[in-house]
Design a protein around this ligand. Structure first.
Ligand SMILES: [Zn+2]
Length: 494
């Protein structure tokens, strides 16, 4: 029996039923009244939002991921996901996509990549364990602190990526989006750079069950080291990362131009890790031109059957940690370009870094609109519950596309790129591609039956638990609404 026979709709059917849009709306702070729904439909109509013709876009998310945060001073704010969701729903983009509420990944799922001892620690560690030997061993620390609900947070964002990949693998979706994923620094048994579980590796593993070649593209300002390392020794995944590179002064300090995979040319992964190291202050046209030429050449040469695009938004101008001067539309131009290469390819779009929440939300909303082929108006709809987070000149003046390339110092970075430097990068990438002798063609690896059975059983149990939690949550919400209408503005009519 072929792997196709196992990956039929049955498996996907074991996931939660498609989310009612109204549930997501109330979770996002929209009142779920008929009137609001009417407003959103009108908004969608005025932006020309409709289901794309000839392909399906799916959106994968579990709002519970927003309940967790790394600590008040940590730059990673799940609040950015709340704002993203509000913009996506506020413009009415849900009318153009399949909206899925994904389940948490199981430990069995995560162990496909991660070390079981590491997962055990991640699951049971609590605050106060900071002095333990394992805390050091697995490299937790200031960047990757222990926080309450950490296990749930990790399994939720990973679950959404795995779910998205499965929708692509089973041909129920052509472009699948998970903005809560993209945590590209996590290693097999090491937390790193705000990342604990590498959802991208898990999703690519799923894609590899059906796709001979998967290309991973990373436009986060940081090097996609965890993904590169995971697929270091295979020619079935080509990784291509665009990032700021400074060996000593910018995390993670890897991803130089001549880092192209294992040095041993007998290793199948030799030359299948490509890197585009950038300096401070790159601007829109330089970035777009470089991305088009180098990424286009890689796609043409490698001819992947599926592409995973990590859209870390810390490469935007004004990011709290980033060093570039990019505008939202320039970042989106990469998504648009990759999408155009995907007529016969599956595309997984995932989030990543991004530490100025309002601009992360703007960017990912814009990129969602590109996926469905819609153009959004610049003025943010008035019915967005936290619209005030986007208002005033310093926060972008209530617009979707404020300029981010002309911010006052220190948010603006001196552009250190000369045309000569960029040309050298292009030439180097073209040169590297000569070592990749055409698209590798491989025997497909079938998914072991036992593994799928375990996953299906685990999902059954999870679904039951999920249903119980949902009914409990609905009851709590109902009581809260009755008791405390509009106290924080969350259930206020708009
Ligand atoms: Zn980053």
């Amino acid at each position: 029996m072929s792997a196709n026979a196992f990956l039929t709709k049955d498996i996907v059917e074991t996931w939660n039923a498609q989310t009612e849009t109204t549930e997501l709306l109330s979770d996002a702070g929209f009142s779920d009244s008929e009137w609001v729904n009417q407003q959103l439909e009108t908004e969608a109509d005025s932006n020309g939002i409709e289901r794309p013709k000839g392909y399906t876009v799916s959106f994968h998310y579990n709002p519970r991921v927003e309940d967790h945060h790394f600590g008040g001073k940590h730059p990673m704010k799940p609040w950015r996901l709340t704002l993203t969701k509000q913009l996506v729903l506020g413009y009415g983009l849900q009318f153009a996509m399949d909206m899925w509420q994904s389940s948490a990944s199981t430990k069995v799922d995560l162990a496909r990549f991660h070390d079981v001892g590491y997962l055990d620690f991640l699951q049971r560690v609590t605050r106060g364990d900071e002095k333990s030997e394992l805390f050091q061993k697995f490299q937790f620390g200031d960047d990757c602190p222990i926080f309450e609900g950490m296990w749930e947070y990790c399994t939720l964002y990973a679950g959404a990526s795995v779910h998205a990949a499965e929708k692509l693998v089973t041909d129920q979706s052509d472009i699948a989006i998970n903005w809560s994923g993209g945590l590209h620094h996590a290693k097999k048994m090491q937390a790193s750079g705000f990342c604990y579980i590498n959802d991208i590796v898990l999703a690519i593993q799923d894609l590899l069950t059906q796709h001979p070649r998967v290309m991973y593209i990373d436009i986060d300002v940081h090097h996609g080291d965890g993904v590169e390392q995971a697929f270091w020794s295979t020619d079935r995944v080509l990784t291509l990362s665009y990032h700021k590179f400074d060996y000593q002064n910018f995390f993670p300090g890897t991803g130089a131009l001549d880092d192209t995979g294992p040095a041993d040319i007998a290793n199948p992964g030799a030359h299948y890790s490509l890197n585009v190291p950038l300096r401070d202050g790159i601007e829109d046209m330089q970035y777009i031109k470089l991305f088009h030429s180098t990424c286009g050449a890689c796609i043409n040469h490698y001819d992947p059957t599926a592409i995973v695009l990590q859209c870390g938004a810390d490469s935007l101008g004004g990011d709290r940690l980033g060093k570039f001067n990019l505008n939202i539309r320039a970042h989106g131009a990469c998504v648009e370009f990759v999408k155009r290469q995907c007529h016969n390819r599956k595309l997984l779009i995932i989030g990543g870094g991004g530490y100025t929440p309002r601009n992360v939300a703007r960017t990912w909303c814009h990129e969602t609109s590109l996926c469905v082929g819609a153009s959004l108006r610049d003025e943010l709809p008035n019915h967005i519950p936290y619209r005030r987070a986007f208002e005033t000149p310093v926060n972008g003046d209530g617009r979707l596309y404020p300029r981010l390339d002309n911010l006052p110092s220190p948010k603006h970075h001196v552009n250190e790129h000369t045309e000569e430097y960029l040309r050298q990068i292009e030439e180097n990438i073209y040169e590297q591609l000569r070592y990749i002798k055409g698209a590798p063609s491989v025997m497909m690896q079938y998914i072991p039956v036992d593994y799928l059975k375990v996953r299906m059983e685990e999902e059954d149990v999870l679904r039951e638990e999920e249903q119980m939690m949902e009914s409990k949550k609905a009851e709590t919400k109902r009581k809260r609404k009755e008791k405390d209408v509009g106290a924080r503005g969350e259930y206020r009519g708009v």
